[in-house]
Design a protein around this ligand. Structure first.
Ligand SMILES: C[S@@+](CC[C@H](N)C(=O)[O-])C[C@H]1O[C@@H](n2cnc3c(N)ncnc32)[C@H](O)[C@@H]1O
Length: 207
């Protein structure tokens, strides 16, 4: 089983955003900024991604028919903007987040914009991944314990077609290892890499 890179062209930055996606991003950005200002302590693990670029990437993935199905999962969902953007595109969308106060924020935002994405509190790491302790040994910004949250969702990790994650720099390999171990053949993982933009891979049975 290999992970194949799929190059997302830089030109996607020229794709215009749909009005409802731009409104969602605007609304989410204001909520995130207000939330950060209100909190006395800095939420060390919570950083925002380039949601505009993410929506352009989702557009490109759909336009190029790269999906094998319609289920989307945001791994470590924060305010849930990625899951909501996927929901706006008609995908059956969930977010998994370890911090309950962020699950509340994402669920409130979903209600406010009237989208059916669902958010679950727990660890996105399913049970039974071999070597998870070794894989997570150099990872500082992800909770590396396994969980039963997929049971609560009513779907297994290998029922999803597209995953999104925003890893801390240098911790991308952990998300890729969990994806490789738990996701279905031919499913996709898109990660946000800061200045390097979006990175897309497919789990493939071809060498
Ligand atoms: C960099 S933030 C990204 C938030 C959101 N995806 C975004 O792009 O705006 C990473 C999130 O992953 C969460 N997290 C860390 N380990 C997790 C785990 N094992 N399961 C679920 N969430 C996790 C953190 O609490 C944090 O909200």
């Amino acid at each position: 089983m290999t992970l194949q890179s799929i190059n997302i062209p830089d030109e996607i930055r020229e794709l215009s955003l749909a009005t409802d996606a731009a409104d969602l991003i605007d609304r989410a950005t204001k909520r995130i900024e207000a939330f950060m200002l209100e909190r006395d302590s800095v939420t060390e693990n919570f950083v925002r991604c380039d949601f505009q670029l993410l929506d352009q990437s989702l557009s490109w993935i759909q336009q190029n028919h790269l999906l094998t199905g319609n289920r989307f999962c945001e791994l470590g969902s924060g305010f849930g903007v990625a899951a909501l953007l996927a929901s706006l595109r008609g995908m059956e969308s969930v977010g998994i987040e370890i911090e309950s106060y962020l699950v509340e924020q994402a669920s409130d935002l979903a209600d406010a914009v009237d989208l059916p994405a669902e958010f679950y509190c727990g660890s996105f790491i399913p049970r039974g991944i071999s070597d998870i302790v070794d894989l997570g040994s150099d990872v500082e910004h992800v909770e590396t314990h396994e969980d039963d949250v997929y049971e609560e969702i009513g779907l297994d990790m290998d029922d999803f077609d597209l995953f999104f994650a925003f890893p801390w720099p240098g911790e991308e390999h952990f998300f890729e290892a969990v994806f490789q171990a738990g996701a279905a053949d031919n499913s996709l993982l898109i990660t946000y890499r800061g200045r390097d933009g979006m990175h897309l891979i497919r789990k493939s049975s071809h060498q």
